[in-house]
Ligand binder design. Structure first.
Ligand SMILES: Cc1ncc(COP(=O)(O)O)c(C=O)c1O
Length: 312
């Protein structure tokens, strides 16, 4: 064997999955509402699969492998509005597992196409039933043939929030040197908010952890849940929220457009919502440093009309 193969055997595995996390944290330069309150955003679109959801998806699959619940031949199934599905599909392709995903029929066409490109199968549910309709469909499937499927159940799986407890929060602490006053995140499965807040509060008890939600049940902020009218995720812990803010779809879209044009940040609608929430908070503070999460990039939402400034 030549020296090249010796070198390879001694170095890293070069797995795509090793590239998860360690995403950039950037300062919002122009779209801040106050000069003395800094807003920093963690750009999760830099992850493999293009979103924050690769962190929990990988952690849930690893937990399944370790517990023996996921064995070769089983199909990975879950209900997902898109990003977790893309993450499962990518991991399934990498590790050699089939993936079947239920989602509301109105999920963006880009996401459906991306999922199919990774080889995942889709079960489209009634758009009017929202994410809860997809959850019911997957529970049904799993109940009928549990031996065929591995169902991580991201809404009730502790490995979801623990991914953020073990990675996202630690990265924020390292990137800021623990110098932050507020953490702001939106609620979908609630994993990002719960896991990151739990660790931040343990390490820096003075940090205020603020969550935000869409302001109405029928909203256009993909990935987020209107908790008061939805099934509350089992992993949610409302005691972690020092405050809860509301953001409208129009505010989120407006921020999204402005982030691209004024900051060079082409991000998804829930990132626009995160900035809208952070700005609401900033407008009430004299000084501070707010850290928020931008869950994905803007390319997945290109077919949405709002980019042109029409607001719809
Ligand atoms: C675009 C987007 N934003 C926000 C979230 C919410 O994150 P979490 O499920 O950790 O609450 C998700 C979750 O799927 C998402 O896809």
């Amino acid at each position: 064997m030549g020296s090249g193969s010796n070198l390879l055997s001694k170095t890293a595995q070069f797995s795509l999955l090793d590239a998860i996390g360690n995403t950039p944290l950037v300062r919002i330069q122009h779209l801040t509402s106050s000069k003395s309150v800094e807003i920093l955003a963690k750009l999760e679109g830099f992850n493999p699969g293009g979103s924050v959801k690769i962190r929990p998806a990988f952690n849930m699959i690893q937990a399944g492998l370790e517990s023996g619940q996921l064995v070769p031949g089983k199909t990975i199934i879950d209900a997902t509005s898109g990003n977790t599905g893309i993450a499962y599909a990518l991991i399934g392709a990498t590790l050699g597992y089939r993936v079947l995903l239920a989602m509301p029929g109105n999920a963006s066409p880009e996401r459906k196409r991306i999922l199919k490109s990774y080889g995942a199968e889709l079960l489209l549910t009634d758009a009017l039933e929202g994410p809860d309709g997809a959850i019911r469909a997957i529970r049904d499937l799993h109940r009928r043939s549990p031996e065929k499927f591995f169902y991580p159940d991201q809404y009730n799986n502790d490995a979801n929030w623990k991914a953020h407890y073990q990675t996202t929060a630690l990265e924020i602490l390292e990137q800021t040197g623990g110098e932050l006053t507020h953490f702001v995140a939106g609620l979908g499965t609630t994993g990002t908010f719960v896991g990151t807040s739990r660790r931040l509060k343990e390490c820096c008890p003075a940090v205020n952890t603020v969550c935000f939600l869409p302001d109405s049940p029928l909203h256009g902020i993909e990935g987020l849940k209107h908790i008061p009218t939805s099934m509350v995720p089992g992993i949610y812990d409302p005691r972690l929220a020092s405050e809860q803010l509301e953001v409208s779809t129009e505010e989120a879209q407006e921020m999204c457009r402005r982030l691209a044009r004024e900051e060079g940040l082409f991000v998804g609608v829930s990132s626009g919502a995160a900035l809208a929430a952070a700005r609401k908070l900033a407008s009430r503070l004299r000084t501070g440093r707010i850290v928020t999460i931008f869950p994905d990039g803007g390319d997945r939402y290109l077919s949405d009309g709002f980019w042109n400034g029409s607001g719809s």
